[in-house]
Design a protein around this ligand. Structure first.
Ligand code: ADP
Ligand code: MG
Length: 466
């Protein structure tokens, strides 16, 4: 099923079928998901471009009778060009980009799902205000999606002079949303975001909860670079689309221009091995040949390893700052492993253990999971990290439960292997499992050293006193 088959489906129908997959199950989950989509876009639009994020969130109850709420999120990011705003908010499957780098957003669908849920429950437009860096204008729009034609309806459009050189984006949506039921999750989500992004300033205002998650450091992780996909990592649909968009070029040119780690020599060697003529034009390939080409690309062992420059791990220093500040831990030990890859996708695993302080004693370690800096709050039982942490031999590391112990796992990759469509749990990929295990061993050793030093100090102290 290619991405095209969706376009035949009216957008309203498509949303009705996919709304649960996208996290809009009910008014509580939808409110949480709306905040997530907007906050994650704000983080992408700031830190990825070297801007320290300032994110302001306001949740209001608009109509108690009808169960309507509103969500307002404002950031100081790079902004969205005025003429792009209608498409970014009002056209599903708008962008098609084959460049890859680590983002929180993956499918380019988040905003559209927010707008569709909002208008299907309240019939109100989304309000957007944005200005790009150095732009002398601020643009304001009210937009809905024409669900029959998959196109934006612009209800209002204004321009203002940008006197104070503001840059960023502000979005407001009305939706059926259950604030009391979503409150705890949203609070958890924002605190967990602050752990992994201690360089962000996040403020939440709501009817009965105010959060001010202060910036704890002005250090940002180095932003990811943007690159091309590895030949082992692409599927048939993607290659079909790439072939369609390639001008009528030879297979040799196609491979060298569209993929990472493929020079002319490598491409020639591969094509010979796979039984393709390097001069065959891309337009001449039959569907069967395309499938065979992709199969061979996956099987070939001669490619270089995928590059990890596209990734942006947080780093052990920032993880320690975040965990100490938000969890109130007595000690935190973190490690960032070296890049590895699975099926042509580069990934990096980071793990931290946090001990003592305000962490309550628990029977098994508290687990905070992240994927590409996004906190994962649901489906913990299905996550490979939960399995590894539970199987881990903690006695070897001087830890007896109940113990005040939290484990943080972070996987960054250009493709996160989710266990389910809900994108809340990491699947059991052997390469990733191995890295999590090794990382956990690293940090557990540091914790053991810390605990035995502390024990010795106590013994000394006791001797001295008695
Ligand atoms: P995704 O986040 O998966 O790319 P979205 O629908 O959430 O998909 O957003 C689409 C695009 O709109 C983003 O890739 C980004 O280019 C732009 N965008 C969304 N929100 C913001 C924002 N707050 N600031 C700047 N650009 C944004
Ligand atoms: Mg997004």
């Amino acid at each position: 099923s290619s991405i095209y088959s969706y376009e035949a489906l009216p957008v309203a129908e498509w949303f009705r079928r996919n709304r649960e997959l996208a996290g809009f199950h009910n008014p509580a989950r939808a409110l949480y998901q709306t905040i997530r989509e907007l906050v994650e876009n704000s983080l992408d639009a700031t830190e990825t471009y070297g801007i320290l994020p300032n994110i302001y969130i306001r949740v209001s109850i608009e109509d108690e009778q009808k169960g309507w709420a509103s969500v307002y999120v404002e950031d100081n990011g790079i902004g969205i060009p005025g003429n792009e705003i209608p498409n970014v908010f009002g056209r599903v499957f708008y962008s098609s980009k084959y460049k890859i780098k680590q983002h929180r957003g993956v499918f380019g669908l988040g905003l559209k799902m927010v707008v569709l849920y909002s208008q299907s429950t309240t019939n109100k437009p989304v309000y957007v205000r944005s200005s790009t860096i150095k732009s002398d204008k601020i643009y304001e729009y009210q937009i809905m999606i024409d669900t029959n034609n998959n196109s934006p309806i612009i209800l209002d459009r204004r321009e203002y002079p940008n006197k104070y050189k503001w840059h960023g984006t502000a979005v407001k949506v009305y939706l059926e949303g259950n604030w009391p039921a979503a409150k705890k999750r949203i609070e958890d989500y924002l605190k967990r975001t602050a752990i992994i992004a201690p360089y962000a300033e996040i403020i939440l205002k709501s009817p009965d909860l105010e959060l001010w998650l202060k910036r704890r450091t002005t250090k940002l992780p180095p932003p990811p670079k943007e690159g091309l996909p590895h030949p082992k990592s692409v599927d048939v649909d993607t290659v079909k689309q790439m072939l369609l968009e390639s001008r009528n070029m030879s297979l040799l040119e196609f491979l060298t221009e569209n993929f990472d780690a493929v020079g002319e020599g490598t491409a020639k060697a591969f094509l010979e091995w796979a039984g393709f003529n390097p001069n065959t034009k891309t337009t001449a390939l039959t569907p069967e040949e395309i499938v065979r080409l992709v199969e061979k690309m996956k099987q070939y062992e001669g490619w270089r390893r995928p590059r990890a420059d596209w990734l942006s791990p947080v780093g052990s220093e920032l993880l320690e700052i975040g965990a100490k500040a938000i969890l109130g831990a007595e000690a935190v030990f973190a490690v960032t492993r070296k890049p590895e890859s699975y099926s042509g996708h580069p990934f990096i695993v980071e793990v931290a253990v946090a001990w003592g302080g305000q962490i309550p004693p628990v029977d098994k370690p508290l687990l905070l999971r992240y994927a590409n800096k996004i906190p994962l709050l649901y489906d913990e039982g299905a996550d490979v990290a939960r399995k590894i942490v539970d199987e881990f031999n903690w006695q070897n590391y001087k830890i007896k439960f109940p113990a005040p112990l939290a484990v943080i796992t972070h996987i960054c990759s250009t493709k996160i292997p989710y266990a389910s469509a809900g994108k809340e749990a990491i699947a059991e990929v052997p390469e990733i499992e191995k890295e999590i295990r090794l990382a956990l061993r690293d940090v557990a050793k540091k914790l053991r050293l810390y605990l035995s030093r502390k024990e010795k100090e106590m013994e000394l102290l006791n001797k001295y006193i008695s």
